[in-house]
Design a protein around this ligand. Structure first.
Ligand code: SF4
Length: 171
């Protein structure tokens, strides 16, 4: 049975925040403090354009729930999240898993599909009990993380150069 969503609402825990938690905890902290540089990244812009142009014939697109969940496409039995590449796929899986988790709390059961239109690939994501535990642990950790007065140290990762905060962290 799903746990309370009090902390999800009070943390304003969006899918993007869940994604960032699995990418980099410093990135999540900075983003949560309103230091938002992603809109300057060409990759993010390209991702948004792909999202808007990839499935023009789908009827139900971009659904937002309680300002927390922004699902790219909703079908009868699935939700679909459109991604530019398979890099950092774990974060994408947990993001769509979080949407499934949130929907389950509202009594809605669906499966998730990660779509990579540029690669002509997709991946099915099912909300397993294991994923629920992982998400609930992540939510607890996020609560601790964003209450910290300063961000975690910048630790260089292979993908830092593609991150919008690169200059901020290492410039
Ligand atoms: S540049 Fe690297 S350390 Fe800094 S926020 Fe981005 S991923 Fe994290």
């Amino acid at each position: 049975m799903i746990k309370t969503f009090e902390s999800v609402d009070s943390l304003h825990l969006t899918g993007v925040k869940i994604n960032y938690f699995f990418v980099c905890k410093r990135k999540l902290w900075l983003f949560d403090r309103g230091i938002q540089m992603e809109q300057e990244s060409d990759r993010v812009l390209l991702g948004k354009l792909l999202d808007e142009s990839s499935y023009p014939r789908r009827k139900k697109r971009r659904i937002t729930i309680n300002d927390l969940i922004a699902i790219d496409i909703v079908d009868e039995d699935s939700i679909r999240e459109v991604k530019y590449s398979q890099a950092l796929e774990k974060a994408s899986i947990m993001q769509i898993g979080y949407y499934l988790y949130y929907l389950r709390s509202l009594g809605i059961e669906k499966k998730g599909i990660l779509s990579y239109p540029k690669l002509r690939k997709s991946k099915e994501v099912i909300l397993t009990e294991e994923m629920v535990c992982e998400l609930e642990d992540a939510i607890k950790e996020i609560e601790k993380l964003i209450s910290q007065p300063s961000p975690p140290e910048a630790v260089r990762k292979p993908y830092c150069k593609k991150c919008a905060y690169f200059e901020f962290c290492f410039g």
